[in-house]
Design a protein around this ligand. Structure first.
Ligand code: MG
Length: 400
């Protein structure tokens, strides 16, 4: 959003209930339907807040949709110009009026009124509408000339008349107006008991305002049916930024008396054991935390508290399997994990490939997605003094 002398606010009407998309949206209003990795409403908001022609965006929602709205706007790229939503009325017209009244304290010069179901509005359309009004028009509507032949059908499904399409236009949104004039027009319509207008240009026209037609766009489709939604989804495929997550993990266990360690899911003979509540597999613990971190689901201590006797002596592959299950429950695919073990001894090299295979098996991923590396710390620090073993890990997860 940029600085222009004319203060311009956009209202997005998103209070509708009816959905011809009930199946595709699981009964949710269509503006909350999933679309290209986010929601239709988030995409519509993104288009408007990205426009240099607008200063603020006011969304009008249904009173039942507060939670759906809060969830939807998490997908909005820039919320800094988004005003707190207001609730609408029983009709689209009443909802627009609620939005117009709500932005009064901002004293806008120009208001754009846009349907939530048009998530692809190009910036050129927004600019053309604003330009028409700053150029002197009381209102402006983007529209496309009708090119199809128009027929009137009778009750039996036969053509009863052909309509001359000359001079006919298909109106889109956003429709723009001088703020005080469209607010007055809406109040007049309400006071006159009129609630049958299908768009704001019709109210403006009824109130005697002159409304200019500016070029609309074929991209600015209104998503009404499940076919529209499927087509929009196809158009967006390939443009969706994949939801890639990474997580890191780190763990340390000290040496104790013993003759083997558990490391990377393997039992490795050694001069000492590792001390811990479970089998103390420091490598699998680091990997577990990396996976949990990738989906922001706490850490190993939260899910398997050392205070719980149930996990005494537990095999650590159970922890790692649980973390993988949590990732998958969120729709996550583990694309790779990478492990670094820090110790002077035992030597990891001879066990590396078997360790990779074991971790791949536990995570149910292919072995070429599992990295295992080891390093000494040149005799420095606690690992250098052979007091214990440290491990660090990273995991990459793609949510689909
Ligand atoms: Mg541990």
């Amino acid at each position: 959003m940029g600085e222009t002398l004319v203060r311009t606010v956009a209202i997005i009407v998103a209070a509708g209930r009816g959905s011809r998309l009930a199946e595709a949206t699981r009964g949710q209003p269509k503006q909350y339907a999933a679309l290209g990795g986010t929601t239709m409403l988030a995409r519509t908001i993104d288009r408007l807040v990205a426009s240099d022609s607008l200063h603020h965006v006011q969304v009008v929602i249904h009173p039942d949709d507060s939670d759906a709205y809060d969830t939807a706007i998490r997908g909005v790229i820039d919320r800094s110009h988004l005003l707190t939503p207001v609730t609408g009325g029983a009709t689209r017209q009443a909802s627009v009026l609620a939005g117009l009244e709500a932005i009064a304290p901002l004293a806008p010069d120009v208001v754009l009124i846009h349907d939530a179901a048009r998530p692809f509005v190009p910036d050129e359309t927004i600019r053309a509408v604003v330009a028409a009004i700053t150029g002197g028009a009381a209102g402006a509507v983007p529209a496309i000339a009708v090119v199809d032949s128009l027929k009137r059908g009778d009750a039996s499904g036969h053509v009863s008349a052909s309509i001359d399409r000359a001079g006919l236009w298909r109106a889109q949104t956003p429709q723009g107006f001088r703020y005080s004039e469209i607010l007055d027009a809406h109040r007049l319509a309400r006071d006159a008991g009129r609630d049958d207008f299908t768009d704001d240009a019709a109210i403006a026209e009824w109130a005697g305002l002159s409304v200019a037609i500016v070029p609309g766009s074929g991209d600015n489709i209104k998503i009404t049916t499940s076919e529209d939604l499927a087509m929009a989804e196809r158009a967006l495929s390939g443009q969706v930024i994949p939801d890639v997550r990474t997580g890191t993990g780190f763990d340390v266990h000290r040496f104790a008396v013993g003759d083997h360690v558990w490391l990377g899911g393997l039992r490795i003979p050694h001069t000492h054991a590792l001390e811990g509540h479970s089998d103390a597999d420091v490598a699998l613990h680091a990997l577990t935390d990396a996976l949990l971190g990738a989906v922001a689901d706490g850490d190993i201590g939260k899910h398997f508290p050392p205070s719980d006797p149930k996990w005494k002596g537990a095999a650590s592959h159970l922890f790692l399997e649980d973390a993988a299950r949590r990732v998958r429950a969120r729709g996550g695919h583990i694309t790779n994990v990478d492990l670094t073990i820090l110790c002077e001894a035992p030597r990891i090299g001879p066990h590396r490939d078997q360790m990779r295979s074991r971790i791949a098996e536990i995570l149910a991923i292919s072995v070429d997605r599992v990295g295992v590396k080891a390093t000494t710390t040149e005799g420095l620090g606690f690992t250098g003094r052979r007091e214990g073993i440290a491990a660090m890990a990273s995991a990459t997860v793609v949510i689909v």
